[in-house]
Design a protein. Structure first.
Length: 185
């Protein structure tokens, strides 16, 4: 589902895009590392609404970059997601979600609890993500990981509309991402 800008300013520049979310939905943030998912989540959602794979790795190991804790972090994420959706709470998953199989597991939880599922794709050029990643404190994902994630995302974008979401919002570029508005319905 593509969404039009909410308005144009007198100069013809696009203003913010409106993303309307059901208050009981699963909302997947989809994007490569350093695409701005965590910043987007922090700006648009309450901390209690966001399940972050990095934060859960940090809870488990005291290190949000500890990749060896990824399986445990996602086990916990899926459990918390089920609990929140069972109670009809908007829940945002802040993880790369660039692989179809990973998104399918999350969608299955939403289906099991009869909740809508929304995807918000944050598409930034690979060069922008690599530049942002280079400024992060160590340890950070290696450039090869971002290139791999970018390839997986690019290969799966065409499939997103057919995966079973109630809506897919694609935000392209840093300006469109930063100007987006999120409302609950």
């Amino acid at each position: 589902m593509s969404i039009p800008p909410t308005a144009d300013d007198p100069g013809g520049r696009s203003v913010s895009r409106l993303i309307a979310l059901p208050s009981d939905a699963l909302c997947l943030l989809v994007g490569i590392s350093a695409s701005g998912k965590t910043t987007f989540a922090r700006e648009h959602f309450a901390a209690t609404e966001v399940l972050s794979s990095d934060a859960l790795r940090g809870m488990i190991t005291d290190d949000p970059t500890a990749q060896e804790a990824t399986d445990d972090a996602f086990d916990l994420l899926h459990r918390l997601l089920a609990m929140r959706l069972r109670r009809g709470r908007l829940t945002v998953v802040d993880a790369t979600n660039v692989e179809p199989w990973a998104r399918e597991r999350l969608l299955a939880v939403a289906r099991r609890h009869r909740r809508p599922a929304i995807a918000i794709v944050l598409e930034v050029p690979l060069a922008v993500a690599l530049e942002r990643n280079a400024t992060r404190s160590a340890p950070r994902p290696p450039p090869a990981a971002l290139r791999r994630q970018h390839r997986w995302l690019s290969e799966s974008l065409a499939e997103l509309d057919g995966e079973g979401y109630d809506a897919v919002f694609r935000l392209q570029g840093a300006d469109e991402i930063s100007s987006a508005r999120v409302e609950r319905r």
